[in-house]
Ligand binder design. Structure first.
Ligand code: PHB
Length: 390
């Protein structure tokens, strides 16, 4: 497992990290933004980078008297590359923040460097519950899978789903989602059968055949951002759209970035999630309009977490008057709250994870486009896994 693998920091780099003097005054504050810009998860990189550019265009590139410079690096979605890039950014570029992290194994690959270098690691995408526990310098603006999954399991229980199947990508967030869904539904009298699909080059067909044979009331799906359209295509090819099996999931499946290309098969899918491009608020309308204007695409949940991650960094720097010590910055981030395009959010001072509303949504056609239309809200949801440990 990546989290347990021993990290051998080069001796020279280790000495440099240990000897790094506290930075008192410097003209530029650097953010190392590590993202999958190529490969199967490139949509995550594209969305987050676009949101970071929008945030800086709207808020300027200077904060607390310092120029904020963002250095974007492509890790292609490969943990060994993430680790090397994080090390280079901290040791050579002397970044004050590491940010981005498109997948759980990528976020975990950098935690040891964040800890040793005392550099805040702002996780804008990865969503396995445990990531924040891997380093005291991790602060998260995305979500956790248990946080966004539990509400749709409750919805299913209340809406007549007795027999369900889960189909999840077989790694951290998928296993988190499977557990949250299964525990929530079985507590309310339902039964759940679990299927796990490989993360890389997924072929859903044999698993979908098992769903077609078992005919559950509902199929719960977790696939990471960027993969939902591959799943939907195979769902239709197996005739499952006409089988009477209700399609539900976390909102990763009906990602706003891909939803329009999925077509009518997605109509009626019920998901619970923290962000929809159709969230009806003035803040979100302004965000979606300016994002579309600047980038000619629709923002998804990755974009909103990148945008909020930049807000967190800017506000932390304001609080420290531009001082860049990692401990002071993380302390400044703890407990911070603001109104995001997704609704009210805050950083839990105990866990450094995000507290946010989770919305229940249904895919509908509006003004000729497909959207996840919110119809219910569970307010101020904490990561339930960490909340249960207390
Ligand atoms: C993750 O790897 O933690 C992850 C990636 C994409 C998602 C959700 C979770 O949509």
């Amino acid at each position: 497992m990546i989290a347990k693998r021993t990290f051998l920091l080069g001796a020279a780099a280790a000495a440099l990290l240990a000897a790094a003097p506290p930075v008192y005054a410097q003209d530029a504050v650097k953010i190392g933004l590590i993202l999958p810009m190529t490969g199967p998860f490139a949509s995550t990189g594209r969305q987050i980078e676009a949101a970071v550019k929008l945030y800086q265009a709207q808020n300027g590139a200077t904060v607390a008297g310092k120029k904020v410079e963002v250095i974007v690096k492509d890790d292609t979605g490969t943990p060994d590359i993430t680790k090397r890039l994080a090390q280079e950014l901290v040791v050579n570029d002397k970044v004050s923040f590491l940010a981005g992290f498109g997948l759980t194994p990528l976020a975990l690959a950098a935690t040891q460097i964040a800890t040793q270098g005392k550099v805040p690691e702002v996780v804008m995408a990865a969503a396995t519950s445990t990531i924040t526990e891997a380093s005291p310098y991790v602060v998260r603006t995305s979500m956790t899978l248990p946080q966004v999954t539990t509400p749709v399991a409750d919805w299913a229980a209340k809406n007549g789903v007795k027999k369900a199947m889960t189909m999840v990508a077989d790694y951290g967030p998928g296993i988190d989602a499977e557990k949250a869904f299964t525990e929530t539904l079985t507590k309310q009298g339902g039964t759940v059968e679990s299927l796990r699909v490989p993360l890389r080059n997924p072929d859903f067909a044999p698993f979908l055949q098992r769903v077609a044979d078992a005919k559950p009331d509902a199929l719960f799906v977790f696939v990471p951002a960027g993969i939902g359209s591959i799943f939907m295509k195979q769902f239709v090819e197996r005739g499952l759209d006409k089988s009477g099996v209700k399609l539900i999931g976390s909102g990763d499946m009906t990602d706003d970035d891909l939803l329009n290309d999925m077509g009518d098969v997605a109509l009626g899918a019920v998901t619970s999630f923290h962000y929809s491009a159709a969230h009806p608020s003035a803040e979100n309308k302004a965000f979606v309009d300016s994002f579309k204007k600047m980038h000619s695409m629709r923002p998804n949940f990755m974009a909103v977490a990148g945008y909020d991650g930049m807000h967190l960094i800017y506000e932390a720097l304001k609080k420290t008057n531009g001082a860049t010590g990692g401990d002071a910055l993380v302390a400044a981030m703890k407990g911070m709250s603001w109104t995001s395009p997704r609704g009210p959010i805050s950083i839990d001072p105990q866990t450094r994870d995000i507290i946010q509303n989770v919305y229940i949504r249904k895919v509908e056609r509006m003004d000729g486009e497909l959207y996840n239309v919110e119809f219910d809200t569970v307010p101020n949801v904490k990561d339930p896994v960490k909340a249960a440990k207390k």
